[in-house]
Design a protein around this ligand. Structure first.
Ligand code: SF4
Length: 655
């Protein structure tokens, strides 16, 4: 028997993103979904499972509906709701083609409390749910709409009921009264959560303290009474929901409402002989295009451009249709201070300046050379892996504290020698890693005053967060002052402030293959492609060899080659060498295509791996494999930075 095709909470959310997605979802063998597995990974990385389990502790009398089959779950729910007073976890409510599982439902006679539990950071002292003009903030709107949809379905199931709607979220205004809270909830292999509250700890009081229960009934009523905005909309709420439910139930696609929102479409998968790109299908259908029309790029490829929708509204879809004035007022040629964002966008449209066409990329050598005059050897390349878990590790800490659990460190000497000299990884369950992380970094960097490099401002943010944690800690560390001085020296304004290479790459470097992005994962393959020195060096088995480039994770007598160079000069992507290892970091059941192309590429794998090491029950072998993958992956991130600087040094020296 085929599964019923109900409009659920997640499908409603998908339809608000874009109703056409309803036609592609769940058909992974035809339309690959690049975000498949994201929901689970997000839950894992953000602590959604722990928050859900903690929320249940607020209602010791609650009854969980465990049935997974729709009809059985619905029957069990309705039987229990026949009681006058009852609290249910995951009750199943179905009305026509709508089917919802509510996180927590409190029934008292004719009154209901519908509670949606979210692993979303909230501060009861500074709620920030609404913007300056009183509207719901865009980052909160999907949660309110989700709650509104559930309220609407429940109201139809119980037309005379009085329903109040709540969001329940970890409250950053509160501090943990006891330590080890995040280890009270462990994820079992079947993804169920095992809750173990130590003797002497009041689970209900803990949940009431750490989880804010926010009444959103008024906003929900407003949402239900107003037109619902979505691509192709707006429509009255009920009309939109019924329209989508009908199309989903009968598996009928809606006309694709293409627009700037297509830029992030998860159905933009690489097409091959068997798989179809939902994105291309939409654009072909809407514009009458063939595959050839995508070849030169669309306006969606424009880097960091806010004018995409206005270009599309004017009928400008291809990069080749964009005129300089469409992007705004700016000088066409970048100056000695490098490129502005508009100049970068224009390079995407018009191509490289004439003098750079032959070599295939643009590099503002004057700017890079000027920057280099302020750098001191040995150069230190560092990269952090961090997480923000929902529930605090220690007494006195708040939900969603920043955790720095890993770094990698490469050094480059003035003669060009590159070595992987340091790393740190602390992912032991329940161990707060930040102070040891800072100490290890200090030990690594305190032997000289060489310039320290990062790729993004994230490292700066994390070092500031650790400094704040040290300052606010009720149990000051013995070396607090030394650590604070060290962290202060590296952060913005410090006498050894870390240099952000990503910022420099954004101003000084452009290669068409990067599509305007300055992500290290895009820049590295492009840099390799354009550098004969790097091609020669890294296609040889020098990495990790005793007489080659020392490595802490790739050491072997015969050495390791990071790239293959094709006879036509093309270069393989070093990150591809690690894909198999990176997959080890992810939970079972994640679509490998999605894992390869989006999750790992964007660095989400490390935070997920950390969450697995913290909360999942696993054997030692699996644990060691994940740690090994984390170490190797982070090592490549700092090596990649060293490679970029190697290429720039060579170019600036010979220019
Ligand atoms: S490509 Fe655009 S219209 Fe098609 S499903 Fe994706 S977001 Fe919707």
């Amino acid at each position: 028997m085929s599964k019923p095709r109900y409009l659920t909470k997640s499908r409603f959310k998908l339809a608000v993103d874009c109703p056409r997605k309803l036609f592609y979802t769940g058909k992974r063998d035809i339309y690959p979904d690049m975000m498949a597995g994201d929901a689970f990974m997000e839950m894992l990385a953000e602590g959604g499972y722990q928050v859900g389990a903690l929320a249940k502790l607020r209602y010791p009398e609650g009854i969980e509906i465990h049935d997974t089959d729709h009809a059985t779950a619905e029957a069990t729910t309705m039987k229990l709701l026949a009681r006058d007073r009852v609290v249910l976890f995951e009750p199943a409510i179905r009305v026509g083609d709508f089917f919802i599982r509510i996180d927590v439902l409190v029934k008292d006679g004719n009154s209901f409390e519908l509670i949606e539990v979210k692993a979303k950071s909230y501060n009861s002292e500074k709620p920030e749910l609404f913007g300056a003009r009183g509207g719901i903030r865009s980052n909160m709107l999907p949660y309110f709409q989700d709650a509104a949809f559930q309220t609407w379905v429940l109201q139809q199931a119980f037309p005379g009921a009085v329903i109040k709607t709540f969001l329940m979220m970890p409250d950053k205004a509160q501090t943990a009264p006891v330590g080890g809270i995040n280890q009270m909830f462990r994820i079992l292999p079947d993804r169920e959560v095992e809750t173990k509250i130590p003797p002497g700890v009041d689970g209900q009081a803990l949940a009431e303290l750490l989880l804010a229960k926010v009444d959103v009934s008024t906003s929900v009523a407003d949402i239900l009474a107003s037109p619902l905005g979505f691509p192709g909309g707006p429509l009255p709420f009920a009309e939109a929901a019924n329209f989508w439910a009908k199309h989903y139930a009968t598996d009928q696609p809606v006309v694709p409402p293409i627009g700037a929102h297509c830029g992030g479409c998860q159905f933009d998968a690489p097409a091959d002989g068997y798989l179809t790109s939902g994105f291309r299908e939409c654009w072909k259908e809407a514009l009458g295009w063939t595959d050839a029309d995508f070849a030169i790029g669309t306006v969606l490829d424009l880097y960091n451009c806010r004018k995409k929708q206005s270009l599309i509204d004017q009928g400008i879809y291809k990069l080749s249709q964009v005129q300089k004035d469409d992007l705004g007022d700016f000088d066409e040629e970048p100056g000695p201070n490098g490129m502005s964002i508009k100049q970068r966008q224009w390079m995407q449209v018009a191509g490289l300046p004439d003098e750079d066409r032959a070599r295939g990329y643009y590099l503002e050598t004057t700017l890079v050379r000027n920057e280099m005059t302020g750098w001191r050897f040995p150069y230190h390349f560092i990269d952090f892996e961090t997480a923000a878990v929902a529930l605090p590790f220690h007494a006195g800490m708040r939900p969603y504290e920043s955790l720095a659990f890993q770094f990698s460190h490469h050094v480059m000497e003035a003669n060009g020698d590159v070595r992987h000299v340091g790393q740190f990884l602390c992912a032991e369950p329940g161990v707060f890693p930040n102070y040891d992380f800072a100490r290890a970094l200090m030990r690594d960097l305190c032997n000289d005053d060489g310039t320290v490099f990062m790729w993004s401002h994230h490292e700066n943010t994390i070092l500031n967060a650790i400094a704040r944690q040290l300052m606010e800690d009720d149990n000051p560390q013995d070396d607090q002052e030394e650590l604070m001085n060290f962290l202060g020296s590296l952060t913005k304004g410090g006498d050894r402030a870390i240099v952000d290479l990503c910022d420099l790459a954004g101003k000084a470097y452009f290669h068409p293959d990067t599509h305007g992005s300055s992500s290290i994962k895009k820049v590295l393959p492009a840099i390799l492609k354009g550098s004969d020195e790097l091609k020669a060096k890294y296609s040889r088995q020098v990495y990790g060899a005793p007489s080659g480039m020392p490595s802490l994770n790739f050491a072997r007598p015969e050495g390791f080659a990071w790239i293959d160079v094709g006879s036509d000069g093309t270069v393989s992507d070093p990150y591809n060498r690690l894909k198999a290892m990176a997959r080890d970091m992810l939970p079972a059941g994640i679509d490998e295509r999605a894992a390869d192309d989006s999750i790992i590429a964007e660095g989400g794998a490390a935070a997920t791996a950390y969450a697995r090491l913290q909360f999942e029950q696993m054997d030692t072998l699996t644990r060691d494999r994940i740690k090994s993958a984390l170490l190797r992956y982070c090592e490549l991130d700092t090596l990649a930075m060293a490679m970029v600087v190697e290429a720039w040094r060579a170019e600036c020296a010979e220019d």
